[in-house]
Ligand binder design. Sequence first.
Ligand code: ACM
Ligand code: ZN
Length: 482
Amino acid sequence: LLPLLFHWLGAKPRESGAKLRVGICSAGLGQEEYRLMISRSGISLEAGSREGLVRGASTLRQLAISGGSHLPLCEIDDGPRFSWRGFMLDTARNWFPVEFVERLIDAASLHKLNIFHWHFCDDQAWSIDLPGLPELAREGSFRLDRRYNEPVKRGGAYSAEDVRRIVGFAAERGIVVVPELEAPGHATALLASHPELSCVAAALRASPAGGAGGQSAARFEPEDSYGVFADVLCAGNDAAFALLERIVDGLVELFPGPYIHVGGDEVPKARWKECPACAARMRELGLSPGEEEALQPWFMGKMAAMLAKRGKRMIGWDEVLDPASDDDSARKLGGLPPDAVVMSWRGYEGGIVGARLGHDVVMCPYQAGCYLDYKQFDSPEEPGRPTVSTARDSYAFEPAPPGLAPELSARFIGGQANLWSEFMYSARQVEYMAFPRLCAISEALWSPDGSRDFEDFSRRLPSQLQRLDALGIRNYYKGPLC
Ligand code: ACM
Ligand code: ZN
């Protein structure tokens, strides 16, 4: 940590004359808490863990950037309200350079965020070249964008080396990277290299004219439009799970963190309803025709088991709880392990149901200031999805719904901001959409309950923006905050 801290302070310790004391002490400091004292004789930073030291170092960095060559004399005892303070970047809808991903991680760490949720695959691209599975990125990382007279090839893939570099950069800054393997839906780019795992291919295999040759009629390429697509992984094909196992192995190799996100959102069941292999699977599971919905929690349960076998904890979008009644056939089939984490995006309901079922939950409801692809100001000239979600909304984001019993409240371990990149074609556009709303959300996730004051945030914002400038992020939104 020290070289990084000296870099951040812009000081050569020997020349400055002041003493710098940095150390881990176990005296009553929680996981990410730190104590920082700046006096005339020097700086003392202590914490109960390396994470705590990084948070304290980030405070020092903030003070150093804002103070120029001066640090203010102060005593700070600080710690986070929530343990999951995340941001998600989608590198499947559009691809961004490694240097930019690092710049975003750097800014996130300055704001004491601690999770980078990497949405690396979707219908439009598979953007990581996984060890041992070169076909996934080869066939899946570029799409043809046909909105132009001449189609434009769009996309890109991070090599294993790129990923290791990003994960290492994040780890130095106290940020854990959580890769998201989207399944069984949003899988078109995966089907581009493995069309045999589609239900269409299963139907061809079962048809009299099918067989191995007939499968070539099932062809996929990464989608060049946006939305939710019918073709998902076939739940009746054991080969789909065999491939997912190998993908998980690749992810385990590249991502040392405790979590793997398994997606699970927006899975249409139309293909499963028509597929002979899925029908056979349902018979095997004792499900009747029409109960296709129950295949999804069964599918998610299989993924959870794959992760558990490798010592990883599953997290998934709140659809992993569907269908959400207490006595559904899905739960009889196994469903989720108790330690699975639910990421609630469709609203607060998924989080509340998840908490009631005993799961930890991470909140990012799209209505609550967490979706940073929405416009940040109500004007036809403003870029972003037509819904308006202002910095004030992000600042007001409340991850734990009020009025819950304390044991349920404790299940709400944090929240995050999501940068879906359908309409962000360059790093500069991501900067514009991310900031200053990400500053606002980081405060919502860190500050003690009940301590936030939007007018105060607005007054402090200019110095926050000056710090973004110092990190090389200059294209942030500069309009009204609400
Ligand atoms: C999502 O926004 N589909 C998780
Ligand atoms: Zn199928």
